[in-house]
Structures are given as C-alpha cells and as structure tokens.
Ligand binder design. Structure first.
Ligand code: FES
Length: 111
C-alpha cells in the first residue's frame, strides 16, 4: 500500500472509516464523500439546483437509509450511486462525480 503523503495515485481525500456509514463527509473543499458499508462515492459539493453547497452547516449532510443525500436548502434528494436527483426541485439533474480509487481503507481523488 502506498503512503497517502507520497502516493502517485491521486489526491488523498479521507479514510473510509472517517465517513459516517450511510452518510457523507466533506473530504476537501467542494468534495463530499458518501459511504454505505465498504462502498464509497464522491461528488462535487455543489447542488445542481442553485449551484451552492449541498450542506448548510460545515460537514453536516442529511442522508436517508444510506441511499439518498438530501440538499439542505430545498430538499432535493440524490442517489448515492449515481448522484441523480430522484425527488425535489431539480428532478433528473445530477451531481458532478469525482472519480475516486481506494487503497485499503484510504480514498483518493483520481484527478
Ligand atoms: S439548492 Fe439544493 S435543492 Fe435548491
């Protein structure tokens, strides 16, 4: 396993266990990492409705059942798996994915 400080496999985001299971973590500015068990997804922390962060309070994300992330502003609901809005004012819009890779429990942005 590569060391996070010296790896050549992307920008270190976080450790999987730092992300609440079934919730989200603001891993870097404008990146939210979502987790369900050992699976993780990352998106730009920008709601497609008004192009503002999905959270209202720092590093506080509203998630339901480990399946849906809710924007704190007007309650748009986005699927963890693909970032598609399945309910709310921007129905059908999509969060911008941030490609990630994992090494053990470490998550890197593949950028
Ligand atoms: S800004 Fe996210 S639903 Fe309106």
């Amino acid at each position: 396993m590569n060391d996070a400080a010296s790896n050549s496999n992307g920008v270190p985001l976080c450790i999987l266990d730092d992300v609440p299971d079934g919730g989200g973590l603001e891993a870097r500015a404008e990146v939210v990492v979502l987790r369900r068990g050992d699976s993780a997804w990352a998106y730009r922390n920008v709601c497609p409705h008004f192009s503002i962060p999905l959270n209202y309070e720092p590093n506080t994300f509203w998630a339901y059942g480990g399946e849906l992330l809710m924007c704190a502003h007007h309650s748009a609901m986005f699927r963890f798996e693909d970032g598609v809005c399945v309910d709310g004012p921007c129905l059908g819009a999509r969060l911008t994915p941030v490609p990630i890779r994992t090494e053990g429990r470490r998550i890197f942005a593949d950028e």
